[in-house]
Design a protein around this ligand. Structure first.
Ligand code: ZN
Length: 141
């Protein structure tokens, strides 16, 4: 089995209907700051990152009724959509996780919000949890 030295939790993605209402909920919980907000047209979402200390939350709001986030909310309501882990060599990790038999949704890493390479592991492979793997574009793959 391969040893993974560095695989920190990067953020938790939460599907929401209203970014401001969701931000207010987390601000009641603790002093979350708005780190960034960005539209990701390829995924038909607007994402807003909240940060508290080292911990980040990615709020995902759909921009169309057909997006995966809109369908997720239709089916299950607002709530946790994915957990994301940060890696240092995303191409290598994609190969390794495929070799482990996990179902990877993308053929190769795609550009996500906040200038990161990302890919997703299908919830079928993870007991119902969608898992994102990400790496800042500024680091060499
Ligand atoms: Zn994410």
């Amino acid at each position: 089995m391969l040893q993974v030295k560095d695989f920190p939790l990067d953020h938790i993605g939460i599907a929401v209907k209203d970014l401001n209402q969701a931000t207010e909920r987390f601000r009641k919980l603790a002093e979350f700051m708005i780190l960034a907000e960005e539209e990701v047209p390829s995924q038909q979402v607007v994402v807003r990152f909240l940060q508290h200390g080292e911990f980040k939350i990615e709020l995902l709001k759909s921009t169309t009724p057909q997006s995966t986030i809109a369908r997720f909310i239709d089916k299950r309501g607002e709530g946790i959509h994915h957990v994301a882990f940060r890696v240092k060599q995303i191409d290598h990790e994609m190969r390794r996780l495929r070799e482990e038999g996990l179902e990877i949704i993308q053929d190769k890493p795609i550009l996500g919000a906040m200038n990161k390479w990302i890919f997703f592991i299908h919830p079928r492979s993870m007991g119902g949890t969608l898992v994102e793997i990400c790496q800042p574009v500024t680091q060499e793959k």
